[in-house]
Design a protein around this ligand. Structure first.
Ligand code: MG
Length: 294
């Protein structure tokens, strides 16, 4: 099941892709714009029996709208908290960071957690409004995003999947200069439009756990990153169990799980993004997230 948030005739709706994945079955109309994020509200309220009904509709119904005729939005417009991020969670990306970007960067003994702010997450086909005036070293990072479905704290590793709603594709757009200058990564990653997610949330029931998904990115059709989520240094069970020790996770929380090697900073000379570049982030079974730099 692929959940999608979209706008048609100026009305926001939540839907699900039909079997062809080219058309959308409408689930409901969002009545109160901006009151609370509609997808988060949906994730909070949905129960097992609702999912069965929706699954049945996907199996038997043809979608009312073609994807091309709607505006596809980021599945979650505004996160409830800052996005929880994991740093250097693929070994080859850690090595490229140390060799090509920051020779003083030590191999961390434990998982690196930090956060980024997104007042609004942009969706597929929305533009990244670059702030080259603040930092010319603009970079991309394809990541698997985990969307929490149930409130939880002190979650044992073996129970982690129960707390997940589904998965999406995230581009953790990063201003490398600011990241380095300010020591902490927050500012360089939190500029408006530097968070892109979508096009859908794939419900967890579609995947066997632990996940082994091909993950890649292209810039102007040139393959840059190409890996598999099985190469994460800390896997999803470890990440969610660990971060939930003493910290409550809530429905709609977004955890981005790190990026593989092949980001712009890893090339010699570096291949940072420029205006007009088109970045395509792909994860097997989820889809493609496409954003242009403006
Ligand atoms: Mg990242």
């Amino acid at each position: 099941m692929k959940f999608i948030r979209f706008i048609i005739n100026d009305i926001e709706k939540i839907g699900i892709l039909d079997k062809t994945e080219k058309q959308i079955i409408e689930l409901f109309i969002v009545q109160e714009k901006n009151r609370k994020d509609s997808m988060i509200e949906f994730i909070e309220k949905i129960r097992e029996k609702d999912l069965e009904i929706i699954k049945n509709r996907v199996d038997n119904e043809v979608g009312k709208y073609k994807i091309e005729e709607v505006i596809v939005c980021s599945p979650i417009r505004k996160p409830i908290h800052d996005i929880i991020c994991v740093g250097v969670n693929y070994k080859k990306h850690l090595i490229e960071t140390q060799e090509k970007f920051d020779k003083s960067f030590q191999t961390p003994e434990k998982t690196v957690y930090f956060s980024k702010r997104a007042t609004e997450i942009i969706g597929t086909n929305q533009a990244i409004q670059s702030r080259i005036d603040l930092d010319e070293k603009l970079d991309y990072e394809v990541e698997l995003a985990v969307i929490i479905g149930e409130m939880g704290k002190n979650i044992p590793k073996e129970d982690v999947e129960k707390y997940i709603f589904g998965y999406s594709i995230f581009n953790d757009i990063s201003a490398r200069g600011l990241q380095k200058e300010h020591i902490q990564w927050y500012r360089g990653k939190s500029i408006d439009t530097y968070s892109a997610m979508g096009p859908v949330i794939l419900h967890k029931s579609a995947l066997s756990f632990p996940l082994e998904l091909d993950i890649c990115s292209e810039v102007n059709n040139e393959l840059r990153q190409n890996s598999n989520t099985r190469y994460m240094l800390s896997n999803i069970s470890k990440l969610i169990s660990e971060i939930s020790q003493g910290i409550t996770l809530e429905p709609g929380d977004i955890i981005i799980t790190g990026t593989p090697d092949g980001v712009g900073l890893g090339f010699n000379p570096p291949k940072f993004l420029k205006k007009e570049d088109i970045i395509k982030c792909k994860i097997e079974k989820i889809g493609e997230l496409i954003n242009k730099v403006e």
